[in-house]
Design a protein around this ligand. Structure first.
Ligand code: UGA
Length: 445
């Protein structure tokens, strides 16, 4: 099928590339000329394992093309995806200006019946607004043309997005017209071969499904962070509790890791936006607001542990100390630092007069872009280099390469011989046996 994708960000690029991979003819369109020029040369602007070779191969095969020419993209596609960003407004609701701008462009250029697919995460009711905008543009042109607007939320995880897209556990399609639903079934059929992955529903339920999925996952994390905070006070270890509850299939092993709080471009934004939608409809979303509040507090927890440790000492507390920080990205296998817990920690350390030596396997350029040059930050080329001259080590992101350090070497390198483990990577006894003080999350035993 012929597909056009508006927005070559994370979602648009991965979706477009995977659709090309299974044989569709895809045109990706973006307003950012530099990005489009780069993509035409095979340069992928985000770090996502496996994506770049796939982009290059499909581009070379002529199935994946890039353009800034929106009219050309509309003329090409029988299915038109809207996959542009929906950043949060000041009040936490999703800003729809880019989505509606694409709808206007589509309305201005369509010459035949199309299916428009909302792929961006958008509040319930957005498909109706997209439909209105397209209809208004058609009316202004004096054209009468049937078209459909379908909601097809994405469930990609950064770092594993290609796999999630190629082998989805479900394909949610919200369509009020069975013909549009059938067209999307054909489009996605190659991804649903051995087992029917399709879940068809009405448009609004599909829009809400996306938020419900992310809010549920965020709730699991905040719940475990709350248990961790209780564990710290009652002398229990949240890691034991996790093992003790995960085997119950109703609870499950996934997303019950206590830590330094969730970040990224999805959970914080989506929980807030759903809460906002609820309030707009006259409902007070007590649970969602608590999920958000617990997470916000959790992002400051590592610093609390640090302060508590240093306030016990004789000297001036945290002021003048040097902290090695391992991990800046909001999670492993990405260079994304949006809403990352590391940002809160660094701000708190600097505020308290400490210096930071930071290392992340992928996010160093992003860190440079965000923080720039500053006297209290050294961006180091390796985990080992970050330890040089440091008093303490703080782990913020659970990259694989941080999982089994040589604790004796750590002990020798760190001036104050203390480790703050924000992702519970280590066995406290093993760390302490090497002569280091150890702080984890929710490990009060
Ligand atoms: C999330 C969802 O997992 C995807 O299913 C969804 O499609 C995507 O949002 C989206 O809406 O686009 P993502 O933000 O890439 O994906 O990252 P996750 O792997 O879900 O991690 C989110 C955060 O939760 C990270 O900061 C991670 O460290 C934290 N986390 C995760 C925990 O603190 N504990 C856990 O047990 C799991």
């Amino acid at each position: 099928m012929r597909v056009a994708i508006f927005g070559t960000g994370y979602v648009g690029l991965v979706t477009g590339t995977c659709l090309a991979e299974v044989g569709h003819e895809v045109v990706c369109v973006d307003v950012d000329e530099a990005k489009i020029r780069g993509l035409e040369q095979g340069v992928v602007p985000i770090y996502e394992p496996g994506l770049e070779p796939m982009v290059q191969a499909n581009h070379a095969a002529g199935r994946l093309r890039f353009t800034t020419d929106a009219a050309r993209a509309v003329a090409h596609g029988e299915v038109l995806f809207i996959a542009v960003g929906t950043p949060p407004d000041e009040d936490g609701s999703a800003d729809l200006q880019y989505v509606l701008a694409v709808a206007r462009t589509i309305g201005r250029h369509i010459e035949r019946p199309v299916v428009v697919v909302d792929k961006s995460t958008v509040p319930v009711g957005t498909a109706d607004r997209v439909r209105e905008v397209i209809a208004a543009e058609l009316a202004a042109r004096g054209v009468e043309m049937p078209f459909d607007v379908v909601s097809n939320p994405e469930f990609l995880k950064e770092g594993d997005a290609v796999n999630d897209c190629m082998r989805p556990d479900r394909i949610v399609i919200g369509a009020d017209n069975p013909e549009a639903a059938a067209r999307l079934r054909r489009l996605y059929a190659p991804f649903s071969r051995n087992h029917d992955r399709f879940v068809f529903m009405d448009v609004r339920s599909a829009e809400l499904t996306k938020y419900a999925a992310n809010a549920m996952l965020a709730t699991k994390i905040s719940f475990m962070n709350e248990i961790a905070n209780i564990a710290e006070r009652v002398g229990a270890d949240v890691e034991m509790v996790r093992k003790g509850i995960g085997s119950d299939p109703r609870i499950g092993w996934h997303f019950i890791y206590a830590g330094a709080g969730y970040g990224g471009s999805c959970f914080p934004k989506d929980v807030q936006a759903l809460a906002r939608t609820a309030r707009q409809h006259g409902y007070v979303p007590q649970l969602l607001e608590a999920v958000e509040a617990v997470n916000d507090r959790q992002k400051g927890h590592l610093f609390e542990l640090i302060q508590r440790h240093y306030d016990r000492g004789e000297d001036e507390g945290v002021r003048g100390k040097v902290f090695a920080v391992w991990g800046l990205a909001f999670k492993p296998d990405t260079d994304d630092m949006r809403e990352a817990s590391s940002r809160r920690l660094l701000a708190q350390l600097w505020e308290a007069g400490a210096r930071v030596r930071a290392y992340d396997p992928e996010a160093m350029d992003e860190a440079m872009r965000i923080f720039g040059q500053r006297p209290d930050l050294e961006l180091c080329p390796s985990a080992q280099a970050a330890l040089e001259g440091a008093d303490a080590l703080v782990i913020v992101t659970e990259w694989k390469e941080f999982r089994s350090p040589d604790f004796a070497r750590l002990q020798a390198a760190l001036g104050d011989a203390v480790v703050f483990d924000g992702r519970n990577l280590y066995d406290p006894q093993e760390v302490e046996a090497a002569g280091l003080a150890y702080y984890g999350i929710g490990r009060g035993r």
